[in-house]
Design a protein around this ligand. Structure first.
Ligand code: SIN
Length: 304
């Protein structure tokens, strides 16, 4: 049997396939489809200190080979997360990574402090990169100094692994990644969505209410792969690849580019078993190619 395991800093995963925040609810929504413990881990929908209603509809629209969303991080707040969502999540044997966002640096710190009482959180993913909120959002990962400050503040209140989720909507993603690494992040995940727009030519209105939103899906995969490759070269901490991964073959491209793990996002909306199929496809690929450890392929892209 091939060894699919991987390490994200101190966090060991049975396989490198995670679900991306905001595309898999709080995991319970997908529990009827398959045994979630077959995944490397799940990343929860974003949790914030206070409840958020999210943005006005329409909040999503389809685009060629992708979709645009402007959901606005709706959630019931950290206290309701603990009361309502954690009881299911804590029973999972797979890694549960809690995605956290905030309007201010202090919001991140206070939300993480509240989560610290829970036993069994594998890591926090700090969402520095939502393009759809007025306060916070992209400001945390489009400025290296702020990304460094927030990471350091959260680092001071938890021993758990910290993953910082980065935006591609910047001049230099590696500059932001290096700032997070310097402030104590254990890994970065990239990319969040690209800012995009679509217009209904009949109504002449933007197809989502907030005018622009975040583009995801296969349309962004080559951009994501290039950003992951850039980060892998610039950082010493692991990089988790995200961006239009639909199949095991797509995931293998990210691993060859140097990703230590991948997240499956938009694919979950089209096919609720997509993430499991990626795990199975990686297993099959290794068996067919006589690869004993999947991570032998990490960074094995042949360049030059
Ligand atoms: C949203 O809730 O608007 C999307 C989340 C994100 O892009 O981080």
């Amino acid at each position: 049997m091939t060894d699919l395991s991987t390490n994200i800093g101190r966090l060991r995963l049975d396989n490198p396939v995670l679900t991306a925040s905001g595309t898999f609810g709080y995991a319970e929504e997908f529990a009827d489809f398959y045994d979630l413990n077959r995944l490397g881990g799940v990343v929860t929908k974003t949790v914030t200190l206070e409840p958020r209603p999210g943005n006005k509809p329409p909040r999503i629209c389809e685009t060629p080979a992708g979709m645009i969303n402007s959901i606005g991080l709706p959630n019931a707040g950290v206290e309701q997360f603990i009361a309502q969502k954690w009881p299911f999540l804590q029973q999972l044997k797979t890694a549960v990574i809690v995605n956290v966002a905030g309007k201010t640096p202090d919001d991140f710190v206070r939300a993480v402090e509240k989560l610290e009482v829970l036993q069994g959180i594998a890591a926090y993913e700090l969402n520095y990169s939502c393009p759809n909120v007025k306060e916070g959002g992209l400001s945390f990962s489009s400025n290296a100094r702020i990304a460094e400050q927030v990471t350091a503040l959260v680092r001071a209140v938890t021993q758990r692994p910290l993953i910082t989720k980065l935006t591609p909507n910047v001049t230099s993603i590696s500059e932001i990644g290096r700032a997070c690494e310097g402030a104590g992040a254990d890994a970065v995940s990239a990319i969040n969505t690209l800012v995009g727009m679509a217009i209904d030519i009949h109504t002449r209105k933007p197809r989502i209410a907030s005018i622009t939103g975040g583009l995801s899906g296969p349309a962004i995969r080559p951009v994501a792969l290039a950003k992951v490759y850039e980060l892998v070269k610039a950082l010493t901490i692991p990089v988790i690849g995200i961006g239009g991964i639909m199949t095991a073959e797509d995931a293998l491209e990210f691993i060859l580019a140097g990703a230590a793990a991948v997240q499956i996002g938009t694919a979950n909306f089209m096919n609720p078993v997509a993430a499991l199929q990626v795990v199975e496809g990686l297993q099959r690929h290794c068996e067919e190619e006589n690869i004993l450890r999947l991570m032998e392929l990490r960074g094995a892209v042949q360049v030059g």
